[in-house]
Design a protein around this ligand. Structure first.
Ligand code: OAD
Length: 237
């Protein structure tokens, strides 16, 4: 069986990381275009560095939850199987899937990673210091001012798209966990699966892409996923 799991901010909500779309449309009290767009970064780089430094610092205060651990259990089980394959694609920039039990290379961070930075000249990616700013020296060009957070901003192309499209084509089970279906292309993934694919959405609420799914499990990912994964794994063995 080919399984694709797409996760969004909802899976980390129970760990204490706020989701993106709160009641007034702000991300941690900032307009998304100010802190998550190339234009915002050129307008006010210091604000953007500060914003992601605060998000990075917050990672030290939170921990993975049962939903992250269940996904890791399923993926690690499939890695040891010759019959099944499971791939995680996450829109989250936190590292809670890794802390929940996955190896770095098993997590496709399509929107980038808070713990990484990128040189804008060479496109090389490095581990970010906790505090990144315009004075941080780049490990490759040894200059300051070239580094940016390794985050995909609005208007930029997400990572792992080609790999995702080819897996979605042959997917038998598509699991969407804690994502609002607002942001493309991730919101389109479910529609790219074949007709034979079972599509399951786990969310606190219905989303705008709910009608495309075969099954909705309504509630917290951390409550639903442990039992769901155990049952699924019984069927796989
Ligand atoms: P959103 O904040 O848009 O949506 C979070 C979803 O999680 C909502 O549908 C909630 O109902 C649901 N949710 C909240 N708590 C939950 C829980 N405990 N269990 C299950 N579901 C829960 O976040 P995303 O869909 O991830 O992009 O947002 C997608 C992208 O938009 C983000 O990656 C980010 C943002 O702008 C970039 O930064 C490029």
């Amino acid at each position: 069986m080919n399984i694709v799991i797409l996760t969004g901010a909802g899976i980390s909500a129970e760990s204490g990381i706020k989701t993106f779309r709160d009641a007034n449309g702000l991300w941690e009290n900032h307009a998304v275009e100010d802190v998550a767009s190339p234009e915002g970064f050129s307008r006010d780089p210091q604000l953007v560095y500060r914003f992601y430094n605060a998000r990075r610092a917050q990672l030290q205060e939170v921990a993975d939850n049962p939903a992250h651990r269940s996904i890791a259990k399923l993926i690690n089980y499939c890695k040891n199987s010759t019959k099944h394959h499971a791939q995680l694609i996450t829109q989250n920039v936190d590292d809670l899937h890794e802390r929940g039990g996955l190896k770095d290379q098993d997590v496709w961070h399509m929107h980038g990673e808070l713990k990484k930075m990128r040189c804008q000249k060479s496109a090389q990616v490095f581990t970010s210091p906790l505090h990144l700013d315009e004075k941080t020296l780049c490990p490759c060009c040894h200059q300051a001012g070239n580094l940016r957070p390794h985050i995909v901003w609005f208007g930029e192309i997400p990572f792992y798209l080609e790999e995702a499209f080819s897996l979605l084509n042959k997917c038998d089970l598509f699991l969407s966990v804690g994502t609002s279906g607002f942001v493309y292309p991730a919101a389109q993934f479910v529609s790219m699966t074949p007709e034979t694919c079972r599509r399951v959405e786990i969310n606190l609420n219905d989303t705008q892409i709910s009608p495309v799914f075969d099954q909705h499990l309504t509630g917290k990912a951390g409550d639903i996923l442990p039992d769901y994964v155990d049952e699924l794994m019984e069927g796989l063995s």
